[in-house]
Design a protein around this ligand. Structure first.
Ligand code: G1P
Length: 297
């Protein structure tokens, strides 16, 4: 029987400069798609996959995240007094039990690999998940759950994967495919942000990982890679070079790059259109705009 994946690391230490001025005082992960912060989507996805312990790698200026997951006794009392059961129910999904969530600060922005390494003392000899909340994935079965089910069959290391256009490969970790089995591919290498024209494939890593503790050992070496940063991609590939398997998993679902403004807006529209209380109004607005635009041409 394989060890279950019960811990997930959420690297949220980034400055979010692409969303300035908002991120001057609001952590990017608290920014909302409709009315739920990015980080809530990540937590819900983790829970659905069976995660029981949530480890946040934060930095200065991110304390709003801790408040978000804390109980809010005054607010709850007020809502209860007013009989707002529906709102109390919504708040429930934001509360974490004591000991279920941990925060660790990354003191220097040395890269994603370094952020994950900061969580090493929380991880024993067990596989663990990493979720990058910037990558929001709308899916019938949440992406990490799909991966956990696949991982139960394969073991090894597993990264979420998506085919991207050639021109986009320079923005991602890219897999060097050994065998393509459709939903799952085995790999013989992995390159972080390859120079244009040098990508080993078009299959990009998206921010969901199930990793072995070997990856943490590899991160101990603190070797800088692409962009002068300590890269998670390099540590995973080093575990592969040592004989572990690394699989890419082509998930079912739509991924939004909420690290970019365009991706964030697309996600906002998609999630709003998926809501019964917003769909009709928003759809009418969009179609009116399209008609007005066409009429003006
Ligand atoms: C990170 C990873 C990269 C991965 C990407 C997915 O890059 O380093 O391998 O493809 O997330 O979103 P970042 O976008 O943080 O530069």
């Amino acid at each position: 029987m394989r060890k279950r994946v019960t811990k997930a690391i959420f690297p949220v230490a980034g400055l979010g400069t692409r969303f300035l001025p908002a991120t001057k005082s609001v952590p990017k992960e608290i920014m909302t798609l409709v009315d739920r912060p990015l980080v809530q989507y990540a937590i819900d996805e983790a829970r659905a996959a069976g995660i029981k312990e949530f480890i946040f790698i934060t930095s200065r200026g991110k304390s709003a995240l801790e408040d978000y997951f804390d109980n809010a006794p005054q607010l709850e009392a007020e809502l209860r007094r007013k009989g707002k059961e529906d709102l109390l129910e919504i708040l429930k999904s934001t509360n974490m039990d004591s000991g279920e969530i941990a925060y660790m600060r990354q003191h220097k922005p040395l890269g994603l690999g370094h952020a994950v390494w900061c969580a090493r003392r929380f991880i024993a000899n067990e596989p663990f998940a990493v979720i990058l909340p910037d990558d929001v994935i709308a899916a019938e079965k949440p992406c990490l759950q799909q991966m956990v089910e696949a991982f139960d069959e394969t073991g090894g290391n597993m990264v979420a994967a998506m085919d991207v256009p050639e021109a986009a490969t320079k923005s991602y970790g890219i897999l060097d495919i050994k065998e393509d089995m459709g939903r799952i591919v085995s790999t013989k290498g992995m390159v972080e942000k390859p120079a244009p024209g040098s990508a080993p494939s078009n299959l990009a890593v998206i921010g969901r990982y199930i990793l072995t503790p070997t990856v943490l050992q590899k991160l101990n070496r603190k070797q800088a890679g692409a962009g002068g940063e300590i890269q998670l991609t390099d540590a995973i590939d080093a575990a592969r070079a040592d004989g572990e398997e690394v699989y890419g998993y082509r998930f079912q679902g739509q991924r939004f790059d909420c690290g970019s403004k365009a991706g964030f807006l697309q996600a906002t529209v998609a999630f709003a259109l998926a809501r019964d209380d917003l769909r009709d109004d928003l759809w009418n607005y969009i179609t009116d705009m399209v008609h007005a635009d066409k009429a003006a041409q």
